[in-house]
Design a protein around this ligand. Structure first.
Ligand SMILES: CC(C)(COP(=O)(O)OP(=O)(O)OC[C@H]1O[C@@H](n2cnc3c(N)ncnc32)[C@H](O)[C@@H]1OP(=O)(O)O)[C@@H](O)C(=O)NCCC(=O)NCCS
Length: 329
């Protein structure tokens, strides 16, 4: 739907763990090679949280940078949403831990799980709170420690994932033509088997679950690949049509960093130059809900976005979920 509110973006931040896990490192752990991984995914290395680094510590550091770049203090924030599939604990929410670490007491805070589409869902939710007047300034965070649910004995999935966090500050603005101008959110639970991590109410942690290594993510890569290519193109065409944006008017596409081949092939089919998509998957792999806000912060820092530029975001992931957004900077 087209949104007539002006939820504008005033701050950006990201945090990546220092520790790098390269393709050569992985080839000592499973039967794979740098050549195979680069050719099939575009990934060269990913960042891995060390002891003491968690989803909340990464999210807090990203949020602090976003606040600083917006020129706001924690006391100015009245809502925290953290998109994640690797929460600090089952409960309290990661957002509560981040709020406490930032010294906030009394600020609304909750987590949102829409897998790799989570950050775009969180942006849509925050825009709703801002539009109804329930909040003025929101911290929207995507934070993950996927290494904690990755099976490093499964070569088909362990090559894909990394850890990190990104955050934005969303504020009520007066210019209705700026900020989040379009958002679509979709889900189809019939596709749940394509990507999942099962411990929970249906499968409580047990000795059998651990013996079968079912505490880790399970991915049907081929299925996800086809789904992501199709959705990538559909979502971008739909967003350009609904926002009446020509190809030339799209300054940048910031996609969920799913696979370099998926991004390149979708851009080619759309007739858009490959460098119109922002890609950092070579350095970080797939960081699920964190991938878009990390890429957004890097694009912003690299000076690739100026006031008034139109940016399209697309994401797809577990659920199945898929989502898009258009932002006028
Ligand atoms: C995972 C992914 C990179 C696999 O690439 P692919 O081209 O689809 O490869 P396939 O799964 O068809 O496997 C091809 C062969 O490579 C092998 N292979 C799988 N992983 C490998 C690895 N890390 N190293 C070397 N060989 C590997 C397979 O065993 C298979 O061998 P076979 O033909 O002898 O059976 C790709 O499907 C993908 O990126 N999918 C989407 C990513 C995803 O699920 N993201 C998470 C949610 S957003």
């Amino acid at each position: 739907m087209t949104i007539s509110s002006s939820a504008i973006f005033t701050g950006f931040g990201s945090q990546l763990p220092e520790k790098r896990l390269t393709n050569d490192d992985l080839s000592k752990m499973v039967d794979t090679s740098d050549e195979w991984i680069v050719q099939r995914t575009g990934i060269r290395e990913r960042r891995i949280a060390c002891d003491g680094e968690t989803t909340a510590t990464l999210g807090t550091a990203a949020a602090q940078k976003a606040l600083q770049s917006a020129g706001l203090a924690p006391k100015d924030i009245d809502l925290i949403i953290c998109a994640t599939i690797t929460p600090e604990m089952v409960f309290p929410s990661t957002a509560c831990f981040i709020g406490a670490a930032l010294g906030m007491a009394g600020t609304a805070a909750f987590d949102l799980n829409a897998a790799c589409s989570g950050f775009l869902y969180a942006m849509g939710a925050a825009a709703g709170f801002i539009k109804t007047g329930q909040c003025r300034n929101a911290l929207v965070i995507g934070a993950e420690t996927l290494s904690r649910i990755t099976d490093y004995q499964d070569r088909s999935s362990c090559i894909l994932f990394g850890d990190g966090a990104g955050a934005v500050v969303m504020q009520r603005g007066s210019d209705a033509g700026r900020g989040l101008i379009y958002s679509t959110l979709h889900a189809d639970g019939n596709g749940a088997d394509a990507m999942k991590c099962i411990p929970g109410s249906r499968f409580p942690i047990s000795a059998q679950i651990l013996a079968d290594r079912q505490q880790y993510m399970q991915i049907k890569g081929r299925e996800v690949y086809k789904f992501a290519v199709t959705k990538f193109e559909e979502l971008i065409e739909e967003a350009m049509r609904n926002c009446q944006l020509s190809k030339d008017q799209v300054k940048l596409i910031i996609p969920h960093q799913v696979n370099r081949r998926i991004i390149d092939s979708a851009m080619e089919k759309l007739g858009l130059p490959p460098d119109r998509a922002f890609v950092n998957i070579d350095r970080y792999g797939n960081t699920s809900a964190a991938s878009i806000p990390i890429a957004w912060d890097e694009a912003h820092q690299a000076g690739r976005l100026q006031k008034g530029d139109a940016v399209i975001f697309v994401a797809f992931g577990g659920g199945l979920t898929w989502a898009s957004a258009v932002v006028k900077m």
